[in-house]
Design a protein around this ligand. Structure first.
Ligand SMILES: Cc1cc2nc3c(=O)[nH]c(=O)nc-3n(C[C@H](O)[C@H](O)[C@H](O)COP(=O)(O)OP(=O)(O)OC[C@H]3O[C@@H](n4cnc5c(N)ncnc54)[C@H](O)[C@@H]3O)c2cc1C
Length: 399
């Protein structure tokens, strides 16, 4: 089978890209395919929440609205958060953001990964404009004069003029095509799980910083309930291992103490998962006929809650470049198209990663200078409304 574009990877970023391309292809001029090695993600309901969630900013929500996918995500399950409270667990610094400060109804939405994925997969399955090869896998990529030959796990061989790698942080396609990367291993891991608290989360995203690592409580809601949160607890590997070995009651107690009982007692925790934390950035996102998208191009520390948001912005820009090329009758393999994508996205992604690295380092030390800077910095910014409004716009993805 010969294609114009093959997307490898059907995570949130790959599926959004596949769905966006399908929408550009209403005249069926392009032959499109998406290859994903896994099955559809599981479904969760009631008080059972997917342990993997993302905080989508306003910019990503607006993009999903333009892709006509947001109504089905919203109908499935989302929790809009109206406030964000960030504080230094080892000092006095604190800062709060409220959507009302920018006259917005909310700051962003916490969404389960499986909800976003399942909505995109169900649209893709109904689309006649893209072939979806689920539970298949690209094993080998061979370069041809005018494209690539992909050998799939099923034994099938497909050819494509353009390959878009959205195959995640460990991207096998990135490695096979020889893209170079810069990587930082934090020797840290994130424990993720869903917890039930004694008090309401108040539709607020909470983040406590300490030199050990950030602890985030992201609000979840089913039919208006407000006592479930998804936690992301970043710690050194050994500490994470220790906490993983605790039984549920001891884990809830450790969590409750570290979180300073802001939501009262932690009454229950679902199954815990541990995810290694690495930051990675590809030195180039594009080669002739090939591009890296989402985590395949950049993997950022989760303290920012920005990974998917950055990946969706990549998708938005790439779709815009393909739309422009189609309008001007430029072949999609033309290097100028992919270079324009890289030129627009790389500086933005790099600055987001640098900001997170700075934050991580500032909180990674517990010396007096760092502590004083943190105390003064957070509280000073908290007292300057115009500066806070600008920061809210950054968090919403508008800057
Ligand atoms: C603890 C934690 C919390 C986070 N919280 C947030 C948050 O609040 N907000 C936010 O924006 N981001 C957050 N992130 C980051 C976010 O989860 C990632 O940025 C995002 O999931 C990356 O999506 P992706 O589609 O690029 O990659 P992935 O989700 O990794 O998807 C890659 C897909 O490619 C498939 N694949 C791989 N190889 C092949 C192959 N050879 N052939 C076919 N398919 C293949 C895989 O099966 C997978 O489905 C968080 C990350 C972590 C670890």
């Amino acid at each position: 089978m010969n294609y114009d574009i093959v997307v490898v990877g059907g995570g949130i970023v790959g599926c959004a890209l596949g769905w966006g391309l399908a929408q550009l292809n209403t005249e069926k001029k392009l032959r499109l395919a998406l290859v994903e090695k896994n099955q559809a993600k599981g479904s969760y309901g009631g008080a059972q929440f997917d342990p993997r969630v993302v905080a989508l900013n306003q910019h990503s929500i607006d993009f999903f609205k333009r892709l006509s996918i947001w109504p089905s995500i919203e109908a499935a399950r989302v929790c809009q958060y109206k406030k964000m409270h960030v504080w230094d667990g080892e000092g006095t610094g604190a800062i709060s953001f409220d959507a009302r400060e920018t006259h917005a109804p909310f700051l962003g939405a916490i969404v389960e990964n499986s909800v976003v994925n399942n909505c995109l997969v169900s649209e893709l399955n109904q689309s006649a404009h893209v072939d979806c090869l689920w539970q298949n896998q690209v094993e080998t990529v061979n370069r041809l004069d005018e494209g690539f030959e992909l050998v799939l796990l099923s034994g099938e061989i497909i050819r494509t003029k353009v390959i878009l790698a959205a195959d995640g942080g460990n991207s096998p396609i990135r490695a096979q095509l020889g893209f170079q990367t810069r990587e930082w291993d934090y020797h840290q891991a994130a424990i993720i799980t869903t917890v039930e608290s004694e008090l309401s989360h108040q539709f607020t995203a909470w983040q406590r910083f300490s030199h050990v690592g950030p602890l985030a409580f992201l609000p979840l809601s089913d039919s208006g309930s407000s006592q479930h949160s998804s936690i992301v607890w970043s710690l050194d590997n050994e500490q994470a291992e220790k906490l993983m070995r605790l039984d549920d009651a001891a884990f809830c107690w450790a969590l409750e103490r570290t979180f300073e009982r802001r939501l009262g007692g932690i009454e229950a925790a679902a199954e815990r998962y541990v995810i290694p934390l690495k930051q990675l950035h590809a030195k180039h996102y594009v080669q002739v006929g090939a591009a890296l998208v989402g985590d395949a191009a950049h993997r950022i520390h989760p303290l920012a809650g920005q990974g998917v948001n950055l990946g969706l912005s990549d998708v938005e820009i790439l779709l815009g470049e393909f739309a422009r090329a189609i309008e001007r009758d430029i072949p999609l393999r033309h290097f100028s198209i992919l270079k324009r994508y890289q030129r627009q996205r790389m500086p933005h992604n790099l600055s987001a990663m640098a900001a997170m690295e700075g934050f991580k380092r500032l909180f990674g030390h517990n010396n007096l200078a760092s502590l004083a800077l943190r105390n003064a910095g957070l509280s000073t910014v908290d007292g300057i409304p115009p500066l806070k409004r600008e920061l809210i716009k950054v968090a919403q993805g508008y800057i």
